[in-house]
Design a protein. Structure first.
Lengths: 439, 144
């Protein structure tokens, strides 16, 4: 396997040098925020924080966490640290509940962002020879423009098709010889399926697609396999991670080893905390990731609570990089359940249910306290009437679901087959957990 | 010699059987025979009705998991040992019985058994060859 590294100096730095660089940048950031950010200046004053107080990286723990609510409360420009004329771009999150969160960039911020993305797309195999179709929606969302400038930075040929219009996406792919696609996993799969449907007119070998840069939603290994098989011809995709509060895509991404997402640690300082207590956990622990963007100046953010649950591996990677790798997002701290001391996420159950055709995609987790034990029931809807002829087939289905989930969660569970349409449907974010323990 | 049977997935919860049978009533179908078996969480209700397709369509429309399958119905004499005869015939022919249920009618002295086997046609043939009475749809419903 050929590994290519965009910025050897930063990506393969000795860990001790990297830590020294992070400390130097952290001190500069604290000093900068104290002098330029009204928001952080007030916070620092209240907590007695100055740049001098930061002597080691763990001294970051003196600084309070920043949350999404802080961004909402200061909507739209309350957290800016520069005069508006220094801001050259603004993005915003969708804001499904309440105010959207607005982020703003100076020219230097955009430059850093493009560098961060350049490293990830290069690590995933993209080069200046690549023709890349960006199928993320352009607009206030950071995904499309983030990838766009990173890809231009490495010299790739960017085709900004934006999202939607499948017919045209496929036509450009064939006519331009597009070899790389930027998309959400689900859209990438949808495009592959649509391409197959038109296989009589345009066989799959009329596409040159080789690389997928997937992001903006989670992708289980099962789904990735499905996407790769669907495109065929050795199609290979990697996952990248970021969020608008921390620039956008570009914080971390997989190299060809696909054994964790390399963090651009010279720009991002990551901590793992217990989401319930806020306590910082030792290296290697699983918990909520808290991120400080060390180089952002337009709208700096310190110790941002991502609500994403992961763990970080600090071992060097076979690809040659020394940067730490974060595990694919395991779940969201807002829907994490603790059952008999084990962390359980609805997303884990979901990944176990993928590919079982006898049930609907809707499921519900019910947690009860019986005696002194917590019990988890997973409710799934039976839709395959052909199983009604034999009890053994229903029992086999139940056992299969039970074994798959138990394998992933590592705890005993109960699976209940229920009638179709009895599990509540949600138009927005699904509420999959019914916790009856304190009722 | 085949009769249509409806199988319905029923969750074990209060009032569910009432709701499902009310749905069947709405379709105008008349229940002739029934059986229900249950585990702790769910049951499968099996019914024979006079208008199987109408009833199944109405149930499906109501979002209920339902399937229509073919079963066979045999008539046996009301005497000791009579039921063992067809059982022995099926066993000797190597045909497994998945499940069965029985009913009687006012119009006949006989007892009737609904049988679900893996291979209806072979089962029907070996039973008839040995003189067991098999009912077709018409014969079955004329008993009511």
């Amino acid at each position: 396997m050929k590994h290519q590294i965009w910025n050897k100096e930063m990506e393969c730095m000795k860990r001790s040098d990297l830590k020294a660089l992070q400390l130097e940048r952290l001190k500069a950031l604290v000093d900068y925020c104290d002098k330029n950010s009204k928001f952080y200046h007030e916070r620092f004053e209240k907590n007695g924080i100055t740049a001098d107080k930061i002597k080691t990286l763990s001294d970051i723990q003196y600084i309070p966490y920043t949350t999404k609510d802080d961004l909402r409360d200061t909507y739209p420009f309350g957290m800016l640290s520069v005069p508006q004329k220094k801001i050259v771009r603004v993005h915003a999150s969708s804001g499904t509940t309440g105010n959207p969160t607005v982020v703003a960039y100076t020219r230097e911020d955009l430059d850093n962002w493009a560098e961060q993305v350049a490293r990830l797309v290069y690590a995933a195999g993209t080069t200046d020879e690549s023709i890349v179709q960006i199928c993320f929606g352009y607009g206030m969302f950071t995904g499309a423009l983030g990838l766009h400038y990173g890809l231009e930075r490495i010299g790739a040929t960017v085709v900004p098709t934006s999202s939607g219009n499948t017919e045209k996406q496929l036509k450009f792919m064939r006519d331009f010889g597009t070899d790389t696609i930027v998309a959400t996993p689900s859209y990438c799969l949808y495009l592959a399926e649509s391409a197959r449907e038109r296989g009589i007119e345009f066989p799959m070998d009329s596409y040159k697609l080789k690389t997928g840069l997937l992001g903006s939603e989670g992708c289980t290994p099962e789904m990735r396999k499905q996407i790769e098989e669907s495109w065929g011809n050795g199609f290979f995709c990697t996952d990248n991670y970021g969020m608008s509060e921390l620039n956008g895509p570009g914080m971390s991404g997989e190299c060809m080893m696909r054994d964790g997402l390399h963090i651009n640690e010279d720009h991002f300082l990551c901590e793992i905390i217990d989401p319930k207590t806020g306590e910082v956990l030792p290296e290697g622990s699983e918990g909520e990731m808290v991120v400080t963007n060390l180089t952002k100046r337009g709208l700096p953010i310190l110790r941002y609570r991502t609500k994403d649950i992961t763990k970080i591996n600090y071992e060097p990677c076979e690809c040659g990089r020394t940067t730490a790798r974060m595990h694919k997002i395991i779940g969201r701290s807002d829907d994490m359940l603790k059952i008999r001391g084990v962390n359980v996420f609805p997303s884990q159950v979901e990944s176990a249910l993928i590919g079982i055709n006898s049930i609907s995609p809707h499921y519900q987790l019910v947690v009860r306290r019986e005696g002194f034990a917590d019990n988890l029931e997973v409710r799934v809807e039976l839709i395959d009437a052909s199983l009604l002829e034999k009890y053994s087939e229903l029992e086999n289905l139940r056992k299969n679901i039970h074994d798959r989930i138990k394998n992933i969660l590592g705890i005993e569970i109960k699976v209940s087959l229920v009638e179709p349409k009895t599990i509540e449907r949600f138009t927005g974010k699904a509420q999959r957990v019914l916790d009856l323990r304190n009722k | 010699m085949i009769i249509k049977q409806i199988s319905i997935f029923v969750e074990n919860k209060k009032g569910r059987l009432a709701e499902i049978t009310e749905t069947i009533a709405k379709s105008g179908a008349n229940i002739r025979a029934l059986s229900i078996a249950d585990t702790t969480d769910f049951g499968i209700l099996r019914i024979i009705v006079d208008k199987a397709d109408d009833a199944a369509a109405t149930l499906k429309e109501a979002g209920i998991t339902v399937s229509v399958t073919n079963v066979i119905a045999i008539g046996i004499d009301d005497t000791p040992g009579a039921f063992s005869v067809p059982m022995r015939i099926l066993s000797d022919a190597g045909i497994d019985v998945e499940y069965m249920y029985a009913f009687i009618t006012r119009k006949s002295e006989k007892a009737y058994v609904i049988l679900r086997v893996a291979d209806n046609d072979t089962a029907a043939k070996v039973l008839m060859d040995k003189g067991v009475e098999l009912l077709d749809e018409e014969g079955f419903h004329s008993l009511m």
